[in-house]
Design a binder for this molecule. Sequence first.
Ligand SMILES: *[C@@H]1O[C@H](CO)[C@@H](O)[C@H](O)[C@H]1NC(C)=O
Ligand SMILES: *[C@@H]1O[C@H](CO)[C@@H](O)[C@H](O)[C@H]1NC(C)=O
Ligand SMILES: *[C@@H]1O[C@H](CO)[C@@H](O)[C@H](O)[C@H]1NC(C)=O
Length: 365
Amino acid sequence: RIMSMWLFFFLTAFNVSLFCKAEVCPCDTKELCEQIRDEKDFEVLVFDVGQKAWKSYDWDKVTTVAAFGKYDSELMCHAHSKGARLVLKGDVSISEMVDPANRTAWVTEKVDLAKKQFMDGINLDIEEEVAESSPEYYALTALVRETTEAFHREIPGSQVSFDVAWSPKCIDKRCYDYVGIAESCDLLFVMSYDEQSQIWGDCVAMANAPFNQTLTAYRQYLAMNVDPKKLVMGVPWYGYDYPCLDLSQEGVCTLAKVPFRGAPCSDAVGRQVPYSAMMKQVNGSMSGRLWDNVQLAPYYIYKDQSGQAHQVWYDDPESIALKVAYVRDQGLRGTGMWNGNLLDYSNNPVAKQQTKDMWEALMGL
Ligand SMILES: *[C@@H]1O[C@H](CO)[C@@H](O)[C@H](O)[C@H]1NC(C)=O
Ligand SMILES: *[C@@H]1O[C@H](CO)[C@@H](O)[C@H](O)[C@H]1NC(C)=O
Ligand SMILES: *[C@@H]1O[C@H](CO)[C@@H](O)[C@H](O)[C@H]1NC(C)=O
């Protein structure tokens, strides 16, 4: 009896170790579990936040999907069948990464997870504030470098990307070593949105990603000698709905002051709204679609049930195409968006066309 119990434990342990070593490929063919190695000329990096919207993505354009929702093996198989990468989300508190042993443990865990799930890299989304030349400043760059080294070594052809603020000038107190980080990974996803997170001047509603301000920030990255082939322009598929304390005759929407990371006024007073929701509201709004000739962005005004005016600022194919023209012009690596789920993928013909136009605008052709 004792013998048979030992045998039982032995066999169970043996099975578990076998199972952990050789993961079973969940795809129709085992080739679909092989990681992608090819590089496309123009990157289109999509953030996916879960569920099944990915089934409606324009897969002729997608090159990388960052899985910010729950892991979905069906999405992995599908992405691979289209030659697209599926990458992990990497998010960690920087103070815990100052210790090199902790970094190694973290990187090892992520590489193992990626392998186990047949994934093609990782997107590091760390948006914490960091002071220049602090221990965290150096730890962050080291983390990016060590992550890239481990992924490239363990998963040939894998991609390590890092999400940066719209400008390298200590936006939201993120004073990172942008040059060192760019050199230490495959690409920077520039989050060209939330550009009103710190409003230093008049506390009024403005565009999420004004044309001139957005491009000025790319010039800053390039002036630091960041390789243009490492820059992916991230555009917003959402806008901001701002309640106006006062809406002037000229259409200036004054905001209540909500401070953010040292700035007295912020877009935090607004509400983020998906493109799909704004497209349902704009035509019936008080103003209809308006166009700002300075910021080169669309907006509209509506009144809520209490009679308060709201100004809604967003991006659409017209404003996005203007910015993507710069990506083409400067030979940047590509485009992407936050996030893929925010369009209307229903069968409504108007929605279908709007969704198609949004995907097209990413290509800047
Ligand atoms: C290492 O990481 C753990 C959590 O993963 C954390 O609790 C701990 O404080 C870290 N140690 C150091 C020295 O940073
Ligand atoms: C463009 O933006 C930069 C930085 O935000 C600013 O200094 C400059 O005045 C702007 N130029 C125009 C034409 O708006
Ligand atoms: C809103 O108006 C525009 C321009 O007239 C039109 O192209 C679009 O189809 C309308 N959207 C909806 C949802 O009806």
